[in-house]
Structures are given as structure tokens and as C-alpha cells.
Design a protein around this ligand. Structure first.
Ligand SMILES: Cc1cc2nc3c(=O)[nH]c(=O)nc-3n(C[C@H](O)[C@H](O)[C@H](O)COP(=O)(O)OP(=O)(O)OC[C@H]3O[C@@H](n4cnc5c(N)ncnc54)[C@H](O)[C@@H]3O)c2cc1C
Length: 389
């Protein structure tokens, strides 16, 4: 791959967990270029890193890159539901560390990473190949020839938009996070809060492995036209932090990000263009958890692209089918729930958190993970009926 005339088998747009995971699982015989608009992998942080211990272990993420959580507390304005988690423990990732670990899995033999470089547009040729235009931060433009393109650009959907195969979501979760030293907060405890302090969305308090706390608030636009910054400022000004046992220091780091909040669409493959991660709406509709899914399905896609390039005509279809099987039913139900709870009043949230306190650990984690097996659905309906009396 020369710098003047870039070409590769697979162009991957986006160096987040999805794009890096695709690149890491391509066979050595297939070359790839990852184009990433940020100048460093995993920085700035645009996510809060909440996940599950079981998934981190299954994905082989080194244990020093996450903090294990076994106490999960939910709060609404007047209610609380506290869980000690034994079976399915949560974890909070060191986001930058995990993304850099994923980048370290790329092979220098067949992959090249262009940091600080933005994908601008692309054009398809009669022979089915593509020419993409990219631009460095210094304004230098180049083109890349490729056989395939993976859209792993997150909510930007940069490739699909450029080819008019799709567009950016019109409903998004927008979040802001303050990060500061943990002080006296228990390092094994996470908090989720809902109600008047985070209407249309929710707030979180996550401890990290490097003894920091992440206090975040996310809201859904356009369900509300408030920005998360406005909601967070009100949270801080009104002194709500004290209820959760935290004091916000004068100085803190600020992270912010955007995630699609749109229904799952099973179409992932458009000829030799494939989407994955947030560009394919893979994050859970209940709490917008997408990193472990971006890694798992990114790796699957990398392996299937290798098979496709080696002549297996069913490979990309297999990727699409695997995603459909995993997400379609759960996410349909989860998205209905997402739309409904985004309109909850604080009083309605009080009732819901009261109901949540009656769930078992298994049922609570199923809800948070957007896993709607028949047992969870029946139990949720039953508790809704009980709440009416
Ligand atoms: C506030 C907030 C909190 C969240 N909390 C959690 C959580 O606790 N746990 C969890 O699992 N998930 C969480 N998520 C969701 C999670 O961050 C995403 O699901 C995950 O990052 C998706 O990975 P991705 O690689 O698909 O996309 P991204 O992480 O968005 O990566 C895409 C990358 O592509 C780059 N890019 C975009 N356009 C271009 C272009 N034109 N050219 C080059 N590069 C481009 C972007 O800069 C970006 O870095 C949260 C999201 C937000 C916004």
C-alpha cells in the first residue's frame, strides 16, 4: 500500500470497537485500511463503558481493563431498587485501554491505520470496486481503491449516507459525563437514576478500574430538546449528587457522545458495502449498551468478509442472519419499551422502580440487557397488572 496510491481489499471507516474488531479478524491474505477521524484510538472518550463481566471474559478482554461491579442500585425521585448481583456481574471498562487493546490485535502485515483522517465520500465503479475520498487533518486529500467497504462510523453512518443507502438516525441518545476521583464511593457499586433529574433518558454513576467515577446523564433528542449539558447543570446546581453519596469536585474531565436510538433494521449488506456496530444500530434499546456487541459482531464480520473474499458466496448473508437471530425479536420489544419509557413522568418512574425492586436478579439483568425471553415478558406483564391494584 503506497501512500500516493492507496488500495486495499477492505476499507474500514471508523476506528471504534466495531471497525477495529472487523480489522483484527481479517485473514492475513486480505489487506485493510482503517480510516479514523480522531488522532488517537479511544480518545476522546465518547461512551461510559458499562458492560458485563461474562462478556469481557468471553471476548478475552484483559482483566486489568475493567472494574467488576456487584452492586447495582436504581433510583427514581422517591423509590429505590437495590440489587446485589451474584450471577451476572456488571463491569465498567477503561474505554481508552480496551479500544487500544483492540487496536493492538491488528496485524501490521495486512492492516494499516490512518488516524486523523476523515472519510468524505465514495463512488462505485462498473467492476464493483470503490474509490473513496479521504482528508487528513492538515487538509491533504487522497483516494483509496477497495473491493469492499465496512461502515463502522457509528451514528455518523458516513458510508451509507455517502452512497445514499441510508442516513443518519433522526432520533439519538446524547450523553455527557463528568469524570473525577472516586473518593469514598464504593468501587463495586454502580447507580442508575431516572425521573425528574434525567427526563426522557437516565443517569449513571460508574466507578472505573483506575479509581475514578463517571457521572453521566443521557437524554433522547428530539423527544426532548434539552441538551444533556443543561440537564447535568441542573443536576449539579440542585445538589442531587449527595443523594448517591458523591461530591463533585471543582475540576473534572468531560466526556460526551451520541448513539442512535432507532429501531433495529435487519438489512446490513448492500453488495460489497456492509455496516456494523452503531452504524447498524446494534446497541441495546433499553440502556444503549453497544461496545461488547460491536466487538462480537465486528469479529464475526471480519471472519465472514475473509470467507467472502475467498469465494464463499453465502458468507455475508451468514453475518446478516446471525445478527437478525440475535437482535430482531429482543430489539423490537426493547425499542417499544424505549419509546414508551422515554415519555414517562417522574411519578410513572416511581411506580416502575418500585416494580423493579420486586424482580429477581435474573429478571433485572434480562431487562437491562434487552433480553426479552418469554419468562421476562410474562413476569413484566404480571408485575404491571399487580401495580394497578
Ligand atoms: C453517552 C454514551 C454512553 C454510552 N454508554 C455505554 C456503556 O456504558 N456501555 C456500552 O457498551 N455502550 C455505551 N454506549 C454505546 C457505545 O459507545 C457504542 O455502542 C459503541 O461505541 C459503538 O461502537 P462503534 O465502533 O460502532 O461506533 P463508535 O464507537 O461511534 O466509533 C465510530 C468511530 O468512527 C469515527 N468516524 C465517524 N465518521 C467518520 C468518518 N467520516 N471518517 C473517519 N472516521 C469516522 C468516529 O470518530 C468514531 O470514533 C454509550 C454511548 C454514548 C453516546
Amino acid at each position: 500500500m503506497s501512500k500516493d496510491n492507496l488500495s486495499c481489499d477492505v476499507l474500514i471507516v471508523g476506528g471504534g470497537p466495531a471497525g477495529l474488531s472487523v480489522a483484527s479478524r481479517l485473514a492475513q491474505s486480505h489487506s485493510c485500511i482503517v480510516v479514523h477521524q480522531d488522532t488517537e484510538i479511544g480518545k476522546p472518550v465518547r461512551t461510559s463503558g458499562g458492560t458485563w463481566l461474562r462478556d469481557m471474559t468471553a471476548l478475552g478482554i484483559p482483566a486489568h481493563l475493567y472494574q467488576v461491579i456487584d452492586q447495582l442500585d436504581f433510583f427514581s425521585d422517591t423509590q429505590e431498587a437495590r440489587f446485589t448481583v451474584n450471577d451476572d456481574k456488571m463491569a465498567v471498562m477503561d474505554v481508552t485501554g480496551v479500544y487500544q487493546y483492540l487496536a493492538s490485535e491488528l496485524s501490521p502485515q495486512n492492516s494499516q491505520m490512518l488516524l486523523g483522517t476523515k472519510f468524505l465520500s465514495c463512488e462505485k465503479h462498473f467492476d464493483g470496486t470503490y474509490t473513496s475520498q479521504i482528508r487528513s487533518r492538515e487538509g491533504e486529500r487522497q483516494s483509496i481503491q477497495s473491493k469492499m467497504i465496512v461502515d463502522a462510523s457509528g451514528w455518523h453512518c458516513a458510508v451509507l449516507s455517502s452512497l445514499e443507502l441510508g442516513q443518519k438516525p433522526d432520533r439519538v441518545g446524547v450523553g455527557i459525563e463528568f469524570e473525577f476521583p472516586i473518593a469514598n464511593f464504593a468501587p463495586n457499586r454502580a447507580v442508575l437514576f431516572v425521573g425528574s433529574t434525567a427526563l426522557t433518558g437516565y443517569g449513571w454513576i460508574f466507578p472505573t478500574a483506575d479509581r475514578k467515577l463517571r457521572l453521566g446523564i443521557g437524554v433522547i433528542n428530539p423527544d426532548t430538546d434539552l441538551s444533556p449539558r443543561t440537564v447535568m447543570n441542573a443536576f449539579v446546581k440542585d445538589g442531587h449528587a449527595a443523594r448517591y453519596g458523591i461530591t463533585i469536585p471543582e475540576n473534572y474531565d468531560v466526556n460526551s457522545g451520541i448513539i442512535p436510538s432507532a429501531p433495529y433494521d435487519p438489512k446490513l449488506v448492500f453488495g460489497n458495502i456492509v455496516r456494523t456496530g452503531d452504524a447498524a444500530n446494534f446497541a441495546t434499546p433499553t440502556v444503549g449498551e453497544g461496545i461488547r456487541i460491536a466487538i462480537e459482531f465486528g469479529r464475526k464480520l471480519g471472519a465472514e468478509i475473509s470467507a467472502h473474499l475467498a469465494g464463499d458466496t453465502r458468507a455475508l448473508e451468514r453475518y446478516e442472519k446471525a445478527a437478525r437471530k440475535t437482535f430482531e425479536r429482543d430489539y423490537r420489544f426493547g425499542f417499544m419499551m424505549n419509546k414508551r419509557i422515554a415519555g414517562y413522568t417522574p411519578e410513572r418512574w416511581d411506580k416502575s422502580v418500585k416494580r423493579l425492586s420486586r424482580l429477581s436478579e435474573f429478571e433485572m439483568t434480562a431487562l437491562v440487557r434487552s433480553r426479552f425471553g418469554i419468562r421476562t415478558i410474562l413476569r413484566t406483564v404480571w408485575l404491571s397488572l399487580l401495580a394497578k391494584f
